[in-house]
Design a protein around this ligand. Sequence first.
Ligand code: FAD
Length: 493
Amino acid sequence: MPARTGRQFMNGLKEPREIWVGENRVSDIVDHPAFAGAAEALAGVFDLQHEYAADCLVPDPETGEAINVSHLIPRSKSDLQRRHAGLQRIAEYTVGVMGRSPDYMNVTYAGFAGRCDEWAAHGNEAGAENLVAYQKHLRRNDISLTHTIIHPTIDKGAGDRIRAGDDAPLHKVGETEHGIVVSGARILATLAPFADELAVYPAHPLPDDAGDYALAFCIPMTTPGLKFICRDSFSSPRNTRDFPISARFDEQDAFVIFDRVEVPRSRLHIDCNVAVYNQVMTTGWYPNIMQQTMIRAQTKLEFAWGLSTRMCEAINALQPPNAQMLGEIWTFAEIARACVATAEAEAYEFGNGVWFPAGGPLTALRASLPQWFPRVNEIIRLLGSHNLFAAPTEAQFSDPALRPLIDRYLRGAGDVSAEDRARIFRLAWDFAGSALASRGEQYERFYLTSGARNQQMAHRLAPRQRGDRLVDRFVKDEPPAAEPAASRMAEAV
Ligand SMILES: Cc1cc2nc3c(=O)[nH]c(=O)nc-3n(C[C@H](O)[C@H](O)[C@H](O)COP(=O)(O)OP(=O)(O)OC[C@H]3O[C@@H](n4cnc5c(N)ncnc54)[C@H](O)[C@@H]3O)c2cc1C
């Protein structure tokens, strides 16, 4: 099947699955008030690929059918640029608010399949073969995939490492004729209600004696025993004029319980193999997926700058302190753009003929964003002040008695009408102050692990040579010789 349409995506969500939100187990995702808006927005993502086919679609290398460019296994710098154009289309559609639109997992599995040589190490040839077959299934059926990779927190004081015998983290409990049986839990699975399938793959490394926890697989959301407990919905009523962001983009986050779930052998990518589990995420995964996440983040930052500027213009509030804060947001957006461009320009072959962006600039950016995004929200709230709460609804504008008074007392500066002003300030609050905005801030702090861990990793992965050489000139009297930038990037990954 070639790339799907929005309608085909919506039809897929009708399959029965165990999704809980608030007081209910939900039987109809597409029509439930917690999910309907985001389901429609995600259908828009599927339709978008046909509308902008030149950017978003490429031929499947074997069937020739049109598939989303996020499935492309990059084999050159120009493949990465090609992928950039498609990823940017999707990021612009959600203005970066949906972190886990399906392209996120598509890029992940294209990278895994491209480096199947790493998955085949340590005696895991069968798992690697299954993984390559799965990526074909994913791209040819244009599946919406969610993922869950973090073990639940029970006792943080016990440290990060799993101990053999822990019953809470997802682990293997048995074998059947056709596969294995797993039980336990993982946290979280963003996009779960809107996914066709669920992916499990490695995150934090495991000790040698924790083999039962060393699992990777993908299974349909409809698999018996899979239970998804969603957080409270932050989706607003489906009025995109009053709630332009939260009526559309609540992608949801779910806690995942595996209650004696059978995983078919053909869907197993790692079956209790600690050596391969601890190795496959350590080279190209991070720079590969960061191309998607950082194009999204850059788009969100540039949207935030555009929105804040319009907010200030609407009330003629561009005085120096405000202009300084606007410049602060633009600086974040421009540094993000420069990091992505540098990472793509310095891309190189990671092995097996696969090209990923250079990791250094993306690692630096990822480590900075948990500070930048909360600051962006703070700036929007400072710039907006009380005006964020003086933005009438569509219904209030429709009241014939109220309308002339609103037009008079809530107009903007110059020729900015009350309606234009209200739409800008409502958009700003929905983006930076609403319940969904607060969830978005939490997401930016924690996706792909916490800011604290990202900064530690930035230091750990940083190339030593140039820093050492600059210092050695003074402490060892060595001459200051130059070295090519490319070697720094290669060393950083
Ligand atoms: C909105 C949202 C959506 C998510 N979606 C998904 C998803 O789709 N799939 C998925 O698998 N996971 C998802 N996650 C989970 C996410 O991956 C984890 O929250 C993230 O990896 C952090 O988990 P952790 O326990 O390793 O946190 P940690 O890195 O341990 O951080 C927890 C706290 O400890 C602090 N900390 C950590 N290390 C140190 C240290 N050395 N010194 C001092 N303090 C430290 C951190 O600053 C933080 O305050 C999501 C999380 C959120 C919030």
